[in-house]
Design a protein around this ligand. Structure first.
Ligand code: SF4
Length: 315
């Protein structure tokens, strides 16, 4: 018997689908948006060139139309979703770059052009921990009175040495300070981490989970490091190849991380969808479905589940 309570399909961790089904009992789809933002880590404000793994799309993965017209872009992307799931509810997701960077008026315009649409049930905004002002938090807190608002914030790792290597542009203390401020609001938060960063071992990846244990967050996305063509990381890898995490190692580490995550945290992702033509390594990431199936199978074999060791401090 599966002892994990937050599931409808025998998963042993809480999927985003489970959360949406329980909350809305209706198909809900994220509508990905790529707006005219940049990032302080790419435009020279913070340093040079941005995070070493970041592609020209700024961690977005869609082709873009109507970059400066959010409603037109939303409707175009929603139309594609409607073909598959007519009448679905939506969560507009400001995905690429840092969407709280720049004037608050700009964000206000974007949020308010979509949030009052009937089919929009929540909104999600991706950004960095070092460009979320108190005014932005206060505004989003206000808007969260209408509908749930998510801030998706990239941490990648709590290890400041690795963060410097990947050129993240801020330290772990900055991340924690931002969460301290957001804890006082109604805004929901999703943390993004990356497993398999250069020179990190299993201990580092488990430590990241342990280090965020005392932070109040609602969801987590776990990514495996992708080495993408045209990135600084690709140059580093080509010049001095570092060890790339294997599929088996990734499955083991993800399961150990899940065991130590609060049981009610929503696990929005356990792997991303790299574009085949862009990917240098690891190529096993291209088969997402079998990877997720194998994580499920291994968890069942081990009779383990999200949060099994959450209270334990054995990391
Ligand atoms: S913070 Fe995001 S958009 Fe900015 S450089 Fe890093 S990955 Fe790219």
């Amino acid at each position: 018997m599966n002892p994990y309570p937050y599931t409808l399909d025998n998963k042993r961790y809480q999927t985003f689908n489970y959360h949406l089904k329980k909350t809305y009992d209706h198909k809900v789809a994220k509508v990905i948006l790529d707006l005219d933002y940049t990032c302080p880590n790419r435009d020279g404000t913070k340093g040079v060139g941005g995070c070493i793994f970041c592609s020209a799309r700024g961690s977005g993965d869609t082709s873009v139309h109507f970059k400066n017209d959010i409603v037109a872009q939303y409707l175009a992307n929603k139309k594609v979703i409607d073909n598959k799931w007519p009448d679905s509810y939506t969560i507009p997701y400001f995905q690429s770059f840092s969407n709280t960077y720049g004037p608050l008026e700009k964000l206000r315009g974007y949020v308010e052009s979509l949030i009052h649409r009937d089919e929009v049930v929540e909104m999600a905004i991706a950004t960095r921990a070092d460009c979320i002002s108190d005014d932005t938090l206060a505004y989003l807190d206000d808007m969260a009175s209408y509908k749930p608002i998510w801030l998706e914030i990239g941490l990648q790792t709590s290890n400041d040495k690795t963060a410097a290597f990947i050129n993240r542009g801020h330290d772990f203390d900055t991340f924690k300070e931002t969460f301290k401020r957001s804890e006082k609001t109604k805004i929901k938060t999703c943390i993004h981490i990356i497993d398999g960063l250069p020179y990190e071992d299993e201990g580092d990846m488990l430590k990241t989970i342990d280090d965020i244990k005392d932070i109040k967050y609602d969801a987590l996305k776990i990514h495996c490091l992708e080495i993408l063509k045209g990135t600084k990381l690709a140059n580093i890898y080509n010049e001095r190849p570092f060890k790339v995490i294997t599929r088996d190692e990734y499955i083991d580490i993800v399961i150990r991380q899940l065991e130590h995550i609060r049981p009610d945290v929503i696990i929005e992702r356990l792997t991303a969808d790299p574009i085949k033509e862009d990917l240098i390594a690891p190529m096993w990431l291209l088969n997402k479905r079998t990877l997720l199936n194998d994580i499920d199978k291994r968890m069942k074999t081990l009779d383990t589940y999200q949060g099994k060791y959450y209270e334990a401090s054995d990391l």
